[in-house]
Design a protein around this ligand. Structure first.
Ligand SMILES: [Zn+2]
Length: 441
């Protein structure tokens, strides 16, 4: 029996309906965008109807906002619904659960960049793997191909590990624990990786970048997968260039939030991220919660269209982004968003009140990506700013160009606060997540 037949047979048992649903996703990619949007509107109505009639939190939340099911006839009804934040999830976790479907609720806990752990629920019935298959299919990877992960390896019992291996057999899943990476673990992983020749290398941006750096520093020539798929933090042009050099493969930037994981991903054009419109509705809004024009940055609001167990409707996760408003050269009709930039909470405030956006700070080296291997911008408590960077070149010219970037940044900040550029040997990452813009509090 071939790998693909085994995989599909196991799929039928473990994830009924998933393979068929995946076929629908593939078909959707070539349908007119208007047809997809019409279906998304219908999905919003189904979800909100269920939430208002079955979920205690939404009954009260929308009731207090004066919203009734009859209002769905109005133009722009969805955009008038009040916004859900992390605070609501923390305070109303049980009431946000659909009591009739409670047995299907799964729980995940995330640290998040604010350091406040958030517990969130999700619908365990949704076969989210199909969105991972969608991403892989764009790079010619099949779900039953071998994969390598640079990931947090959860503590699991021996039985759980055996079960997992049995589920995937004969597909091999190599893992490198992103929480504890050193020369020995990276060297051992790469040896197995080169032998297994996986179709996919997947992991946290910071951790995969660290692995790429290890490869380049030692002048290693390692196996080139069909795709390097990174997630969990913004991917800078500097890191993208580094990953391509080390693994000689296309790089796919995937965006998901801890609470809604399969939001958008890049195709091989690497020009914006295609939104999974069947799964999630995205809005970008301004300070008054009005939609921002196409091309302008706004706060992201996410709606999980498939989760009827723990509905998240117009959920503000703290990220910022924008619509690109152009078709993709690949021809897929899923709309494009730009790469998600820094978190809103990571903007800097200068003594004069000038707010320096995280989006801007992540672009410091965009015009000279060959100068650095990585960087991090920190604002200290006294408002001064340090840019720690790992130099990629040691020449006089490189130092001069870095100093020009420093001088330009200082000017842009009206010379209000000291700006120091500090060369460092490496940037520590936080359990695989490299944070670009850090504000000390
Ligand atoms: Zn595309």
């Amino acid at each position: 029996m071939s790998r693909s037949m085994l995989f599909r047979a196991k799929c039928v048992l473990a994830m009924p309906g998933a393979w068929k649903r995946f076929g629908v996703l593939v078909g959707n990619e070539r349908r007119p965008p208007e047809a997809l949007l019409r279906e998304q509107e219908a999905a919003k109505r189904r979800l909100v109807t269920a939430a208002v009639t079955q979920v205690p939190f939404y009954k009260k939340f929308y009731g207090e906002a004066g919203f009734g099911l009859g209002d769905m006839g109005q133009e722009g009804w969805f955009e008038k619904l009040p916004i859900v934040t992390k605070a609501e999830i923390r305070e109303h976790f049980e009431e946000m659960t659909n009591p009739a479907l409670r047995r299907f609720r799964r729980v995940s806990t995330t640290g998040g960049s604010t350091g406040t752990p958030t517990k969130t629920g999700y619908d365990g019935r949704v076969p989210e793997a199909i969105y991972s298959w969608r991403l892989q299919s764009w790079f010619g990877i099949r779900p039953w191909d071998d994969h390598a992960y640079v990931w947090r390896v959860p503590v699991a019992s021996r039985l759980a590990r055996l079960k997992n291996a049995a589920m995937w057999w004969p597909t091999r899943h190599l893992k490198l624990d992103a929480s504890f990476m050193d020369e020995r673990s990276m060297g051992a992983f790469l040896a197995r990786y080169d032998q297994a020749r996986p179709a996919l290398l997947q992991g946290y941006v910071g951790a995969v970048t660290q692995l790429a750096q290890f490869v380049l520093d030692r002048g290693l020539e390692v196996w080139a997968p069909r795709c390097v798929w990174v997630t969990s933090a913004p991917l800078s042009p500097v890191q993208r260039a580094l990953l391509k050099r080390a693994f000689r493969a296309p790089v796919c930037d995937q965006y998901g939030s801890c609470e809604i994981r399969w939001v958008a991903q890049q195709c091989p054009e690497e020009d914006g991220l295609h939104v999974n419109v069947e799964h999630v509705a995205i809005e970008f809004v301004d300070g008054d919660n009005r939609p921002v024009p196409v091309g302008e940055y706004g706060r992201a609001l996410l709606t999980n269209l498939e989760d009827f167990v723990f509905p998240l409707i117009r959920y503000e996760n703290g990220d910022r982004g924008r619509w690109l408003g152009k078709p993709c050269a690949c021809g897929r009709s899923l709309p494009l968003i730009d790469s998600i930039k820094g978190r809103e909470s990571e903007s800097f405030v200068l003594p004069s009140g000038l707010v320096v956006n995280g989006e801007f700070l992540t672009t410091l080296f965009d015009n000279d990506p060959d100068l650095v291997r990585g960087f991090r911008v920190t604002q200290h408590r006294d408002a001064s700013i340090t840019v720690a960077y790992v130099p990629a070149q040691e020449s006089e010219d490189a130092r001069r160009r870095v100093d020009e970037i420093r001088a330009r940044l200082s000017r842009q900040l009206n010379d209000e606060v000291p700006v120091v550029f500090e060369p460092v040997a490496e940037l520590p990452h936080d359990r695989g997540k490299l944070r670009f813009v850090v504000r000390e509090r």
